[in-house]
Design a protein around this ligand. Structure first.
Ligand code: TYC
Length: 105
């Protein structure tokens, strides 16, 4: 019997969609030190990362107590630019305040 229009032939799927892996996100990390005044750290967090006084205080205190605190997670170029901006602001204030960046897992 010839195949009628109603017979649907299912072919096995042979093509696989190429998975485009999205670029890694980077963490900007605030590092504690013994010399930078608390108020100055909060000022930098407000100026560079647009944090409120409240958030700035909490992030600063987290780094103060634990040693480090994640400030922001973003694309690599933004992370590096922001961290450098914050380090430069600290330098111009004469403080050793440090920010680092690292890729997320
Ligand atoms: N530890 C500093 C002090 O007691 C304050 C401080 C907090 C400095 C967080 C850096 O990332 C920092 N004056």
């Amino acid at each position: 019997m010839p195949m009628s229009d109603n017979d649907v032939v299912l072919k096995p799927k042979t093509k696989t969609k190429p998975k485009v892996d999205r670029p890694k996100l980077y963490k900007i990390i605030l590092v504690n030190d013994d010399y930078t005044p608390r108020e100055f750290v909060i000022m930098v967090l407000k100026a560079v990362f647009r944090m409120s006084e409240e958030t700035g205080y909490r992030v600063m205190m987290t780094a103060h107590k634990l040693g480090t605190c994640v400030v922001m997670v973003c694309a690599r170029d933004i992370a590096e630019t922001k961290a450098q901006e914050a380090i430069d602001l600290a330098k111009s204030g004469g403080f050793p305040l440090m920010f680092t960046t690292e890729p997320e897992e």
